[in-house]
Write a protein that binds this ligand. Structure first.
Ligand code: GLC
Length: 831
């Protein structure tokens, strides 16, 4: 009897065990909509199977789409969205029909199907822009939680896809899938993915009409653009909420601008920050840094900033100095300052575990470092073999970190900070970063590293920026970061990481910079010359030529640090002498190349006012500083196909030389007429031209009708007050406008109206050219003369008036020149 009982109970427990499974997986696709409600500009739809869709109209051109399951905890928290972004009151029409709902603004209409909650977007004329294929999907399980949220959309043949921040790939992303997971991608190759930063935003172009999608989700995200050639695109995340913004165009540039307005823009940089920067891993000891500085001045190669890479620290302890190598940093830095050099130093996130090191002990005592779920600190190797990592997602930690900069800024007179390794990078392990279980505060929404990984670098940059601003309040900050996330453009400039000195990497530097720029991130550049390996003299000069058109213009190389983490030993100072063939300064390739490189860098300094004006438009309106040609004319198939030539600001088209040995370059010029900057020759648009490109020259073209400001070349941006501003006036066939933005180039007075925005208007008639200038703001420039070079006049003028007063005409080299004061209003050349 007892045996029977035992038998029975064993059977039943077997049966019970059979019932149990390793996990319970649930998959959700929305069913029929059964209910809906509206609260102001927010609409909520409910399906029979618990899916909830929330549509929020932020302005006529930005609509936020979110999916939840009934019962989910909802939060509006976002690191990406600019805290200053404000929704507007919008006139909305809401219609319910048999099979659908329609929500419309003046420019966009969003249709939601009742049957399966698909979301489609149309323009005001009723043209389809972007349609769901299967729409929303979510997979979750009891053991793992939400593991995938996804939206699938149609990818009609011919649709193109741009953006996605940093991908080492050509402009149109169609045919590929990409992932966002910030990764230390040392010596990455073309096509390698993911890279250092995540910007889950793309612009789509459907039949000449552009729209944008921004997936505001910090988990690992994945984007597929018709990868399976089934005309389907999708975006998904490994957790969290499906929360995306649909951004209207209709132009690609407008999509980028709206995305930048949604996620924020930086403030104006100081002018010196867009001068030439010289970096390497690493300049030491002090004597070498001083020698470097004096060589720039001796060789008359303009330069505004020098960098100290990790070796200036005491055994890689952040916020310390190696006193053997730099016995008196404050003195060295102020001497450099006198010579016109700003000094920028590196700060990494990894804090050396060391009981005698206050940064570590303070962080540990205050529990500022990231921990595992049970409270144990995560300790991992980066430069020091044992590091703790501040949890930058905690406001107190950011404050503490920001204050650590006080000594660097106030005592040592450092002008800029370079944050690196903040993916966060971890050496030696395959994952290259923290385990996913590491915990983060996330502004009071505690979470795991799965959710915080992609914004770790961004929050480090934020902490740094806030500290720099606090401890150097009168100066504009300069901060450079490697890792980042959408919206991080508010805090720091970035460079494209550890590239290679190869011709393909020159191409990639071009493609990556354009892509980042249209993804909200204009303050960007590559390591000029390549970080890994050495460039040939030719490659180096070509790289410089490309980079004078990149907002961040920095030469950087890993030099002789061939095996990565060499500790600072005194002998290395000697060792480097033997290895100076790995140097990459503009003068190391021989005199012929030094002259070429000097004139390239000088050209950058000539163009600084133009770049600064483009910066103003970026800061003001979110307009990307550099743009692929397709953004100039998205109806032009040839321009859309172009990967190399690009727009620099609104008026310059750059046709970089990216091939070894090339002496000429084939360039397609889109709509309009274009002047070759070098010769002043006028070329027709909508045509391909073969133009000369000897190594000493970079072909670039100025749009007819442009007023191009040219600055005096100086050895550094603030060397002296300029005496003169030149304006190249490129006569066009139709009336055109142009702009020049000026301010003190430092400090914040420009925010109180101490700036000057000059708008030029060019009117061209058969026998006359009229240039009018109108101005806004109270800033008075320092120069007292404006010299206008009139290029491409189609008639021979015999009279010139400047503000009504007759002047004699001067012709120089086929160009008429006109002298005026900085406040001139009207110049007329006529016959
Ligand atoms: C990383 C950076 C590189 C830097 C090096 C040493 O590789 O990307 O720019 O020179 O670390 O700090």
């Amino acid at each position: 009897m007892a045996e029977n009982k035992l038998q029975k109970s064993q059977n039943s427990s077997d049966e019970e065990d059979d019932d149990r499974k390793p996990d319970i997986i649930s998959r959700y696709r929305p069913g029929h909509i059964i209910d809906h409600e509206r609260k102001g500009q927010q609409f909520t739809f409910h399906t029979e199977n618990r899916v909830k869709l929330q549509i929020q109209i932020h302005n006529p051109d930005i609509i936020q789409i979110r999916y939840f399951l009934e019962g989910d905890v909802q939060s509006d928290f976002s690191y990406a969205i600019d805290p200053d972004f404000q929704s507007e009151e919008v006139d909305i029409s809401f219609i319910e029909e048999d099979r659908l709902f329609e929500i419309s603004t003046a420019t966009l209409s969003c249709i939601i199907t009742k049957k399966n909650m698909l979301v489609h977007f149309f323009d005001a004329e009723g043209n389809m822009i972007c349609e769901d294929e299967h729409g929303f999907y979510r997979r979750e399980s009891l053991m793992k939680g939400i593991s995938e949220i996804k939206v699938t959309k149609k990818a009609p043949k011919g649709d193109r896809y741009y953006g996605l921040g940093d991908k080492a790939y050509k402009q149109n992303l169609r045919g590929r899938a990409f992932e966002n997971w910030n990764t230390d991608a040392y010596a990455y190759e073309r096509g390698e993915d993911p890279l250092y930063r995540s910007v889950p935003f793309y612009a789509g172009l459907h039949q000449d009409r552009a729209y944008g999608i921004f997936l505001d989700n910090t988990y690992r995200t994945r984007f597929s653009f018709d990868r399976k050639e089934n005309n389907i695109s999708s975006f998904s995340a490994a957790g969290g909420v499906m929360n995306y913004y649909f951004i209207n165009g209709p132009t690609l540039t407008e999509v980028s601008e709206r995305f930048a307005r949604l996620t924020g823009k930086p403030e104006m940089p100081p002018m010196w920050a867009i001068g030439y920067h010289q970096c390497r891993w690493s300049y030491y000891p002090e004597s070498r840094v001083r020698h470097l500085a004096s060589t720039f001045r001796k060789k008359k190669i303009p330069c505004d900033a020098l960098y100290l890479d990790i070796d200036y620290m005491d055994e890689y302890r952040v916020f310390t100095w190696n006193n053997d190598l730099f016995p008196n940093p404050a003195e060295m830095i102020s001497d450099l300052k006198k010579q016109g050099f700003k000094t920028i130093v590196m700060i990494d996130p990894g804090v050396k575990v060391d009981d005698n090191y206050p940064v570590y002990t303070e962080g540990r005592e205050n529990r500022y470092f990231c921990t595992r779920p049970d409270g144990e600190m995560i300790i991992a190797p980066v430069w020091p073999s044992k590091c703790a990592f501040p949890d930058f997602t905690h406001p107190d930690v950011r404050d503490w970190w920001g204050d650590l900069y006080e000594d660097l800024l106030q005592e040592k007179h450092i002008s800029g900070i370079w944050n690196d390794m903040n993916e966060p990078a971890v050496f030696e392990i395959e994952a290259k970063t923290f385990p996913e279980h590491v915990r983060h505060h996330f502004e009071g929404h505690p979470c795991s590293h799965k959710k915080a990984h992609n914004i770790y670098g961004m929050q480090m940059a934020r902490a740094s920026l806030e500290g720099i601003k606090k401890h150097n309040p009168d100066k504009r900050p300069f901060l450079l970061t490697r890792a980042n996330f959408a919206g991080g453009q508010r805090y720091a400039a970035l460079w494209t990481g550890d590239n290679i000195a190869s011709w393909d990497h020159l191409k990639l530097a071009n493609e990556q910079s354009q892509r980042l720029s249209i993804s909200g991130y204009s303050f960007v550049g590559s390591d000029v010359g390549g970080f890994v390996e050495q460039p040939s003299p030719e490659l180096f000069s070509r790289w410089l030529q490309l980079a004078i058109f990149h907002p961040l213009f920095r030469n950087h190389t890993m030099g002789y640090n061939v095996d990565g983490a060499a500790a600072v030993k005194k002998e290395e100072v000697e060792l480097r002498k033997a290895q100076s063939d790995l140097d990459q300064e503009p003068w190391v390739f021989g005199e012929k190349y030094t002259d070429i490189n000097r004139s390239i860098i000088e050209l950058r300094y000539r163009l600084l006012n133009y770049l600064y004006t483009a910066f103003y438009n970026y800061v003001q309106h979110g307009t990307p500083i550099i743009r692929p040609l397709g953004f100039y004319d998205q109806t032009d198939k040839k321009a859309l196909e172009e990967n190399d030539a690009f727009m620099f600001g609104d008026h310059i088209l750059v046709s970089p030389v990216l091939e070894k040995g090339a002496e000429e370059v084939e360039t397609y010029l889109p709509e309009g007429k274009w002047y070759d900057f070098r010769s002043g020759d006028l070329l027709e648009g909508r045509q391909t031209h073969m133009v000369e490109a000897p190594l000493s020259e970079i072909p670039f073209f100025v749009k007819a009708g442009t007023v191009l400001p040219l600055r005096e070349v100086m050895q550094y941006t603030q060397e002296r007050d300029p005496e003169l501003l030149e304006l190249n006036v490129y006569a066009g066939s139709s009336d055109q406008t142009g702009q020049l933005y000026e301010d003190a180039e430092e400090g914040y007075n420009y925010k109180e109206g101490d700036y000057r925005l000059t708008s030029y208007n060019i009117e061209i008639r058969e026998n006359s050219l009229t240039i009018t200038a109108s101005r806004e703001g109270k800033f008075k420039p320092k120069y007292d003369t404006v010299l206008l070079n009139i290029i491409g006049l189609s008639f021979e003028p015999d009279s010139l008036t400047v503000d009504g007063k007759a002047q004699s005409l001067k012709k120089d080299d086929g160009r008429y020149t006109v002298q005026a004061t900085p406040d001139f209003n009207k110049i007329i050349l006529s016959r």
